[in-house]
Each structure stands twice: as C-alpha cells, then as structure tokens.
Design a protein around this ligand. Structure first.
Ligand SMILES: [Mg+2]
Length: 143
C-alpha cells in the first residue's frame, strides 16, 4: 500500500472504550477530517442497515462540536452481516478496528488487501497516537 484514499472507522474499542487519552483520539480524528475530507467512512454497528446512530454513540465521549462535525462529514456505510461488505476492495484503504472476524479476514485475504486492516488495541494507551503516526507516514496525493 503506497497511499491511503479511504479510511474506515469502527467506534467501540477504537474511538470509545479505549485506554487512549481523549486528546489523542481527537488529534487522530482532526487529522483525518483535515486531510481526508470526503474519504472517511463509518464501519461500526452504530451505522448499518441504513441507520446512522454514530452521533448517539459518541455523545459524551468526545466534544459535542466534534461529534456534530463527524456526523455531518464521516460517510455512512450500509452492511448487514460482515463489515467487509461495505469496503471498496479496489481502493487503498485503512480500516481502524479492534476486531477482525475470521470470515472478514478471509475476504480481505481473497482480495489481497489484508494490509488495509489496522488493528486497534483498546488496552494500549498509545494506540490512537500509533494510528495517527501510521497515517502520517502516507503522503496525500497532490493533484
Ligand atoms: Mg469494535
């Protein structure tokens, strides 16, 4: 993977329920919003089956104005059984999640895109920082 053109975010264990300090999570999200506008997608049980409850899930976890901005700018996905249904396998994506089911892992492997999965360890207090460092390693393509 040489570049990133899509970012998928889980919520539980990634943006909430994690040992990472709030300021690091905010910094990660800020970087994504500033550098990947229009290319950030929800990939969480809080947004599936045509319903988006991500604002409800994040209210109280992050500053209200950031929750509102995320709700308006992060794009919803629609999936039913496996999160991989919502992933564009032809894109250069990063998927931040604390869980990867075996069935999902198989799909990623079959599409040769397993390297797009970035495992977030909720118990690691440096996890949000590591995710940000990872993203900063990719240069945004200039047009
Ligand atoms: Mg999770």
């Amino acid at each position: 993977m040489q570049k990133v053109d899509r970012i998928y975010f889980d919520i539980d264990g990634v943006l909430k329920g994690t040992a990472s300090p709030q300021e690091d999570i905010v910094a990660l999200l800020r970087y994504c919003l500033d550098n990947y506008a229009g290319c950030i997608y929800w990939l969480t049980t809080h947004c599936r089956g045509g319903e988006n409850h991500t604002d409800f899930a994040l209210r109280g976890e992050l500053p209200d104005d950031l929750v509102d901005e995320l709700y308006s700018k992060v794009l919803p996905t629609n999936w039913e059984a496996m999160k991989t249904e919502a992933i564009d396998m032809d894109s250069d994506f990063v998927w931040f999640d604390d869980t990867l089911f075996e069935s999902e892992k198989m799909i990623l492997e079959q599409n040769y895109v397993l390297d797009g999965f970035f495992k977030m360890n909720p118990k690691d207090p440096d996890m949000a920082k590591k995710a940000l460092d990872f993203l900063k390693g990719f240069r945004r393509e200039t047009l």
